[in-house]
Ligand binder design. Structure first.
Ligand code: M6R
Length: 602
């Protein structure tokens, strides 16, 4: 996830060390390029940027010597355009008298770049941050002042972003918030803005929080806030914050895992915008349609998302695909594959060795390689003919949550498009995710205590919820250290039923169309003294038969689409339940023992 920082000071001074420190404090968000610019009132903008880590780039380009009274810093997590010098931010306007940087995604970037080029502007990169600068330049060159130009640019820029810009010959900077984080900090003779608090806290604890659709104009001695839409001035006093740096990085949540669970509505929104505006989407869909055999290859959580994707493809598009855990692809399917076949390789990191080995064996057979990947610039992305960027930003917590969400959302979107269905209803998905998190969070405390003492349990699902049950079981294992087996609910009676004793917990994930079948399983457990915990929509049959019911809201999706949406939503209680039980058992959910975020070994 990109990060921005902007500062204006009373006197010209050495700003380099402040920029480097801000870079370090933004770096937990994840990034692949770093850039800084100082903007004198007269003279030339000093812009330095490159691929690499903050300290590396700062040392190589000597950020430490950068002087001035206005500066911008940006850390970029690549979405539009590969990580490179050209795509690194900040960006200059055509004639180099303005410089700006953003975080977030401008989803109409491709169209805007074409417009800017047609209007004679100098477009140097593929990056959407550059589009923000040209969107302002367009109106400044038509005679508008900066504030008016930014207000007009706000109407041209589609997506979720925060953006900072400055111009030669002035004493101020401007920033706008629309969907991405932006806060300001004020002190005597200094005003700054940043994507979030950690880079501001070393400078001041007087904070001004901004809302979407607001522009802040700031100079060394003060600031003004305006409504982007109406142009009206907004009065807002700074507030004193006491948060520690660590709490600030976690956005006020106790753990990164909880923060990332709560980021899911936003990342899903970002992803859907990106997929809707992806100029390569038609070609990607055609590639899926025309493949002889289609494989979905991944490990761990990414495999569970792929398994769900495979159910979506069959049911929504009549397209058979074979989901397979990456190393088994090599041993089982690769020998029979050829150039007519296509593999969708799914990986958060894009660096999992098991997945890369499978790609190698696919490539050796001449197969098509497609990627669904979070880390842009990763090996998987580079090896893919087409890729879907998951747009989740940096996932810090070892248990994957928001990346599972976006993998599932990506597959649902692809399946709908492949099957020729309308995708419009998906615009409500972020809201449904948000409502489900809120509803479920309130219910978990009544259930967690009944599961937490057990070192062994099951998590069962059927059809669309089978992959969700596997994912729930993995989450529970990963952070509670209890053994939890995920299984098809109908298989439970074929052996594992013998584990059931008094109070033994079995979780059932019940899709709305499978309630009767799930109820049979529930009764097989309860009649032997086991505890059946159901997850599903409010349903009198589940209420009457299960010991506990964690209710997910019945969403206003088209009736035929509700089971597909429900499957995605039903992972949320399992993420939250794992988090709470892990804590109850005394473990750190963010960094479970023995595990690593990226497994680059065989
Ligand atoms: O980066 P990847 O998606 O390829 O990683 C695959 C698995 O190692 C990963 O999903 C792992 O299972 C998660 N930590 C589970 O939460």
């Amino acid at each position: 996830m990109c990060g921005i920082f902007g500062i204006v000071t009373r006197e010209e001074q050495l700003l380099g060390p402040i920029l480097i420190e801000a870079g370090h404090r933004l770096s937990y968000r994840g990034y692949d390029t770093v850039g800084a610019a100082t903007i004198p009132q007269n003279g030339k903008i000093d812009l330095r940027k490159d691929v690499g880590k903050v300290q590396e780039v700062a040392d190589r380009l000597n950020f430490a010597e950068m002087r001035g009274d206005r500066a911008i810093l940006q850390l970029r997590w690549a979405t539009f355009g590969a990580p490179s010098y050209t795509n690194a931010q900040p960006h200059l306007d055509s004639d180099g008298d303005m410089v700006g940087a953003h975080n977030g995604n401008i989803v109409n970037n491709v169209e805007l770049r074409q417009q800017f080029m047609a209007e004679g502007m100098v477009v140097r990169s593929e990056n959407d941050g550059e589009s923000c600068v040209h969107a302002v330049e367009r109106y400044v060159h038509r005679g508008d002042d900066m504030l008016t130009a930014i207000r007009k640019a706000y109407h041209d820029l589609e997506g979720d972003y925060a953006f900072v810009i400055g111009r030669l010959g002035e004493d101020r900077l401007y920033a706008i918030k629309q969907g991405s984080g932006l806060v300001a900090g004020v002190a005597d003779g200094m005003t700054c803005i940043a994507s979030d608090l950690p880079s501001i806290l070393p400078l001041t604890r007087q904070i001004v929080r901004l809302n979407d659709g607001e522009i802040i104009v700031f100079w060394a001695e003060g600031y003004e806030i305006y409504h982007a839409e109406s142009g009206e001035r907004i009065e807002r006093e700074p507030e004193f914050v006491e948060e520690s740096m660590e709490v600030a990085q976690k956005g006020g949540y106790d753990h990164f895992m909880l923060k990332e669970i709560h980021e899911q509505p936003q990342v899903a929104r970002d992803l859907l915008h990106l997929m809707e505006s992806d100029p390569e989407m038609d070609a990607l869909i055609e590639r899926l349609r025309s493949a002889r055999n289609l494989y979905i290859v991944a490990c761990g959580t990414s495999y569970h998302a792929g398994l769900l994707g495979s159910v979506y493809f069959s049911r929504l598009a009549g397209r058979v695909s074979i989901p397979v855990i990456a190393p088994q692809f090599i041993a089982h399917y690769a020998p029979a594959c050829g150039p007519e076949d296509v593999g969708i390789f799914v990986s958060q990191s894009g660096e999992t060795k098991d997945v890369l080995n499978a790609i190698q064996s696919a490539e050796a057979r001449g197969m098509g390689v497609l990627g669904v990947v979070n880390v842009v610039g990763s090996t998987l992305m580079r090896e893919s003919e087409y890729h879907v960027p998951l747009a989740c930003g940096y996932e810090i917590s070892v248990p994957a949550t928001k990346t599972f969400m976006n993998q599932a959302v990506a597959f649902l979107y692809l399946a709908l498009r492949l099957g020729g269905h309308d995708t419009a209803f998906l615009e409500n998905l972020p809201r449904w995710i948000e409502e489900t998190i809120a509803a479920v969070e309130a219910q978990i405390p009544t259930v967690e205590g009944k599961i937490a003492p057990w070192d062994d349990l099951y998590c069962l699902g059927y059809g669309l919820t089978y992959p969700i049950a596997l994912e729930g079981a993995l989450k529970l294992k990963e952070i509670t250290y209890a053994h939890c087996e995920g299984m098809l609910s109908t298989e439970f009676k074929h052996g594992p039923l013998s584990a059931v004793v008094d109070g033994y917990p079995v979780i059932f994930v019940a899709g709305p169309e499978d309630v009767p079948l799930i109820i049979s399983g529930v009764n097989e457990v309860t009649c032997r003294g086991g505890r059946a915990i159901a997850i599903g929509e409010e349903d009198p049959r589940l209420r009457a038969n299960a010991d506990d019911l964690i209710v997910i809201p019945t969403v206003d999706a088209p009736e035929s689409m509700r089971p597909y949406v429900d499957a995605i939503l039903s992972v949320l209680p399992l993420q939250l339940l794992s988090y709470r039980i892990g804590l109850a058992r005394g473990y750190d959910p963010d960094f479970p023992r023995n595990l690593s975020k990226t497994l680059t070994v065989d």
